[in-house]
Write a protein that binds this ligand. Structure first.
Ligand SMILES: [Zn+2]
Length: 192
């Protein structure tokens, strides 16, 4: 396993529609999944999509933290690793909820995004076996965020508000992942 580099919107791969996986026997797919799990863990993220490591394939990994506090909030969803290939959202709740999102590909940025409170995801596990996941709350949000990545969509595209908060210990080395790109300016998001 290896930690892979997470790309930012400066790399056009992040904006491409990713290809479906056809060959589950390909050792490269298994390597990709292992590396994505390791990369997500290293970055302390809760989800990662293959385009974020510059691979234009429909693969996502999701894992909510499983410390004591997370177990209280997420219940049985805490700490469960989901690897989903060719995921599709086949059912959504009418209920929408606002939540604050971030993205490993857009470090330092946060946004308020409205998502379905519950979704049903259909896809395949890493060996090609069909699977179906019913997700609610934060887990449902993470699935929607990651599946968006497979279509080149980022949370900043449908955030009602976007702001930047660079961690103090990164101020000196921080490189704006959206530098030179059209985006809402701080303080103006949601304005008239
Ligand atoms: Zn993301």
């Amino acid at each position: 396993m290896a930690v892979r580099e997470v790309i930012t919107p400066q790399d056009p791969i992040l904006r491409k529609k990713a290809h479906k996986v056809n060959n589950f026997k390909d050792p490269k797919l298994q390597q990709l999944v292992d590396d994505m799990v390791e990369t997500m863990g290293e970055a302390e993220g809760v989800g990662l999509a293959a385009p974020q490591v510059a691979v234009s394939q429909r693969v996502i990994v999701v894992r909510l933290p499983d410390d004591e506090e997370s177990r209280e909030v997420y219940g049985d969803d805490a700490g469960v690793l989901f690897v989903v290939i060719n995921p599709d959202i086949i059912r959504v709740s009418d209920d929408m909820v606002d939540g604050v999102e971030a993205c490993l590909s857009i470090p330092g940025y946060y946004g308020t995004v409205s998502r379905h409170d519950a979704v049903t995801v259909r896809g395949y596990d890493r060996h090609g076996k069909q699977m179906r996941i019913k997700a609610k709350g934060w887990l449902a949000r993470v699935f929607q965020h990651e599946i968006d990545h497979l279509d080149g969509v980022l949370f900043i595209d449908h955030a009602s508000e976007i702001w930047r908060a660079v961690p103090k210990d990164e101020v000196d080395t921080y490189q704006d992942p959206l530098a030179g790109m059209v985006r809402p300016v701080e303080g103006e998001a949601g304005g008239s």
